[in-house]
Design a protein around this ligand. Structure first.
Ligand SMILES: *Cc1c(COP(=O)(O)O)cnc(C)c1O
Length: 483
């Protein structure tokens, strides 16, 4: 493909995206396709001679888009947002277009330095502890990871490294392997499944602790679990606290947990994947009380901050706990042929698992710069007020029960046993006009309704409400006839 074809192809793709997003409201939010639908529509193998780009774009339109569930649709209220925005999309395009990746500073100075700067902008935007800043005097700093799951794994590995080091100082004869076999980690029953997985990946069993009735992990529960484990010879090494759980957007009591971790010298990570974005607004920062005890903190700009996936922000109080423990000293032949061997004081390439990093800072910069602090606050506040509006609608119909309504998430169910709630969700999913997801709370089913798309307006909430009520009426009518 030559440059002039690229110009045409690229422009046609941008136009396609703009039309897609302009008309997204008209599409059924859940795809109607059956499993395997695409397999017979595509050629069995790679075409021998390349196809014209026009044919590829035609197939995007005819084969791919009809098989999408539309995450940017105003009728998408499932999971948590993975929102994008026009500046974010262009940032991603520029990232691919410049083809820039980075390892250390010399491999791509602007890539590394923009990321270092953006992580400071973000930390200040959320009012995180000063020690987390790349520009701070101490060993703290921030880096962009691929996903919250990866940030959690890096945190757990850091906690394990700290415990091994401490234990070897106390008991110099104990082998690393023996210490590692005794390490245990903690989180709540309601933390994201990626947290338990991080424990599995790191071979440090993750204890899933009970919460209070608001799904919050409390200090006394953690304290008791640590005491029992120590009695049995285990070594507690890491706690993952959640600010904004995936199920019900609950907030673990960070202050209680932090005090215990500080006292017991246990590594403390905060997973604020979704709710972290809300801390751009000062009125939500009370949920972060206790953040001064935290060793690592992560949230996803790719969830609720208008940056398309992937972009997970992670900060360390002391980056060396990870970078020293997992540094490999292999001599890299490529460093020998570098034009200059200058080193930059910040080694973000050692704060992550992959070898190279994509230039994700670019899309983050595009979003932060074009929205500004006020634009981002407005985005969060607008979405929260839409959730409040939906809550008001639920509350005037006494057939519904609202379990909680926090930030952009509303959890509700139909009064009575679970059967009608279950039928309601099934029927709504069959109709494909709304995308909602369930959660189990105290053995009862509830329906989660999240404001996800930045395009969602009050009219869309009314539409969702009508869809829910008319579906419920339909179900109740059928039951009445049967009864
Ligand atoms: C979504 C979510 C995750 C997983 O995020 P990824 O970036 O997909 O790994 C982790 N924790 C919480 C609380 C979440 O809501």
């Amino acid at each position: 493909m030559n440059t002039s074809e690229f110009r045409e192809f690229g422009k046609s793709a941008v136009d396609y995206i703009a039309d897609y997003l302009d008309n997204i409201r008209d599409k059924k939010v859940i795809s109607s396709k059956k499993p395997g639908f695409l397999q017979n529509k595509l050629t069995k193998s790679t075409p021998i001679n390349g196809d014209p780009w026009q044919d590829v774009m035609r197939d995007v339109d005819q084969l791919i888009v009809p098989g999408l569930s539309h995450w940017q649709s105003p009728n998408f209220h499932a999971f948590f947002p993975t929102s994008n925005s026009y500046p974010g999309i262009v940032g991603e395009l520029m990232c691919a277009g410049l083809g820039a990746v980075a390892k250390d500073w010399i491999s791509n100075p602007a890539c590394v330095e923009l990321e270092v700067k953006m992580m400071d902008w973000l930390a200040k935007l959320l009012d995180l502890p000063k020690e987390f800043l790349n520009s701070s005097e101490g060993p703290g700093g921030g880096v962009i990871q691929n996903a919250a799951s990866e940030s959690t794994l890096v945190a757990v590995l850091s906690g394990m490294a700290r415990s091994v080091k401490n234990e070897q100082i106390l008991n110099p004869h104990r082998s690393e392997a023996e210490i590692k076999s005794k390490l245990v980690t903690y989180t709540s029953l309601h933390s994201n499944c990626s947290v338990e997985k991080a424990g599995l990946l790191a071979s440090a069993p993750m204890r899933l602790l009970a919460t209070d009735k608001h799904n919050r992990l409390r200090g006394h529960t953690l304290e008791e679990a640590i005491r029992k484990d120590r009695e049995q010879g285990f070594i507690p090494c890491c706690v993952v606290a959640t600010l904004g759980t995936t199920g019900t957007c609950s907030f673990d009591n960070l202050e209680e947990i932090g005090l215990i971790c500080r006292r017991e010298n246990i590594f403390l990570h905060v997973d604020a994947a979704y709710a972290g974005a809300a801390f751009v607004c000062p009125e939500y920062r009370h949920y972060m009380k206790g953040v001064d005890y935290v060793d690592t903190f992560s949230f996803n700009p790719h969830k609720w901050m208008l940056v398309n996936s992937d972009c997970s922000a992670m900060w360390f109080r002391d980056t060396s706990e990870f970078s020293e423990a997992y540094r490999v000293q292999k001599s890299m032949p490529e460093t020998e042929i570098q034009p200059h061997k200058e080193v930059y004081g910040i080694d973000i390439e050692n704060w992550q698992i992959p070898n190279i990093r994509r230039f994700r800072a670019l899309k983050l910069w595009f979003v932060l710069r074009t929205y500004g602090v006020q634009g981002l606050r407005k985005h969060i506040r607008d979405q929260c007020s839409l959730a409040e509006y939906f809550t008001e609608l639920l509350k005037v119909d006494d057939r519904f029960e609202v379990l909680n309504s926090v930030m952009g998430l509303v959890c509700f169910r139909v009064m009575g046993d679970d059967s009608v709630t279950r039928k309601l969700l099934e029927k709504i999913s069959e109709r494909r006009n709304l995308f909602l997801t369930p959660y189990t709370h105290e053995d009862r089913m509830l329906i989660r309704f999240v404001i996800c798309s930045p395009f969602t307006q009050k009219e869309d909430i009314k539409y969702a409400w009508n869809e829910i009520v008319s579906t419920l009426n339909l179900i109740l009518d059928v039951e009445r006839i049967k009864g």
